[in-house]
Write a protein that binds this ligand. Structure first.
Ligand SMILES: [Zn+2]
Length: 378
């Protein structure tokens, strides 16, 4: 790559990140600031997003319905405010979507989408994406994710003056994506934690329970968001089972329920509160069940306790300086590695370590490791 190109990309990265600043005047409401979630239903109006083979079922409508349901559910959580980037069938520039999150001083940004593949493809399931250069290794997964990015980013070409607003970014040109490797995402750790919560909750509550995993990918809609942010692909419009789930009211409600449960768990963790697990509703039952305590301390000796310091799509060597000399335990799931340090079978020892670890990793939290899985310890 020529030095000119490197300079060009560096300045593009700077230009794109320089505008990732909350608007002046944001958060000027009186009283304590509510914990704010901005939900972004993808596409709208003349940008339908993915279109089903029936020619009349559009991603934009499914995304809006799921987003509205999710918003209503989140508003049940005390002290929470929900803002939707659009509440009807209107067109919104990608950059405007994250600007809405910034100007509302949001604590979390969720962009809601529907995936698609070529006709005849059996691809199914949901996936969760955080901003970054593509973290997927292997040609097939890289191509698959690059295709999602191209499609989701290509909507900028429907915006007037997009060449100026996006500094000449070409969603179809792989070279354009090099700027993402130069960008810093300071909210990555929390974004990945939320992505992990979504992954766990969708498997349990959604009507689409197959996970395609968590990855970092260069989505423009996330670039300017100055808070933890994910892009969520709920399922494939090209898959008959996913289609059935997304086109029934009950199916969409369950998708929203999965996201809601993830938001609830994520908020409780960031607030330092106990997370209580809500049982999935049995078919047809409308009333919420009494919550049950999530994490009963298991008695088995194989159980270990520790402090999760990062969840990331990339492999990190045990001797990485990041771990401050601790030897991490890696608990992988799919593409995601969860690194846990200060691990002990003795809970009080693990708690002592946790106090020290908190000084380097204020966002870290204690987990139980059992049978190759982790769960939150409170
Ligand atoms: Zn989309």
């Amino acid at each position: 790559m020529s030095i000119f190109k490197i300079l060009l990309y560096t300045s593009m990265a700077a230009a794109l990140t320089a505008i990732a600043v909350p608007c002046p005047g944001a958060g000027k409401e009186s009283g304590p600031k509510p914990w704010t979630v901005v939900i972004d239903p993808g596409h709208g109006d003349h940008d339908p997003g993915c279109v089903a083979s029936d020619g009349k079922t559009f991603e934009k409508d499914i995304a809006l319905d799921v987003a509205k349901r999710l918003g209503e559910k989140i508003e049940r959580i005390k002290g929470t405010k929900v803002v939707l980037t659009r509440t009807d069938d209107t067109f919104l520039a990608l950059s405007k979507r994250s600007d809405i999150a910034n100007s509302n001083n949001a604590d979390l940004f969720i962009s809601v989408h529907v995936n698609a593949q070529d006709k005849g493809s059996a691809a199914t399931g949901f996936s969760i994406h955080c901003l970054g250069p593509s973290s997927r290794k292997g040609r097939d997964t890289f191509n698959e994710n690059f295709n999602i990015c191209k499609r989701e980013n290509a909507v900028i070409s429907l915006e007037s003056d997009y060449k100026t607003s996006y500094q000449g970014f070409d969603p179809n040109d792989p070279a354009s994506y090099m700027i993402f490797s130069l960008m810093q995402n300071s909210n990555l750790s929390l974004s990945l934690q939320f992505a992990d919560d979504v992954d766990t909750a969708m498997r349990k509550y959604s009507s689409i329970t197959t996970s395609r995993g968590i990855s970092q990918d260069p989505f423009l809609v996330l670039v300017r968001a100055s808070m933890p942010a994910v892009l969520f692909e709920m399922g494939f419009i090209t898959n008959s089972k996913d289609f059935e789930a997304m086109t029934s009211e009950e199916g969409r409600d369950k998708i929203a329920e999965g996201l809601y449960q993830a938001v609830r768990v994520y908020k409780a963790r960031t607030d330092g509160e106990a997370v209580v697990e809500e049982k999935p509703k049995p078919e047809g039952q409308q009333k919420p069940e009494e919550p049950v305590q999530a994490v009963a301390l298991p008695a088995a000796s194989a159980v270990r306790y520790g402090t999760q310091v990062i969840a990331t799509g990339k492999y990190m060597a045990p001797k990485d300086e990041f771990f401050h000399g601790y030897v991490p335990v890696d608990v992988p799931r799919g593409e995601l590695h969860r690194y846990i340090i200060g691990v002990s079978e003795d809970l009080s020892k693990a708690r002592e370590e946790n106090k020290k670890i908190k000084s380097f990793f204020p966002d870290s939290y204690m987990v139980i490791i059992e049978d190759g899985k982790t769960s939150l310890l409170k």
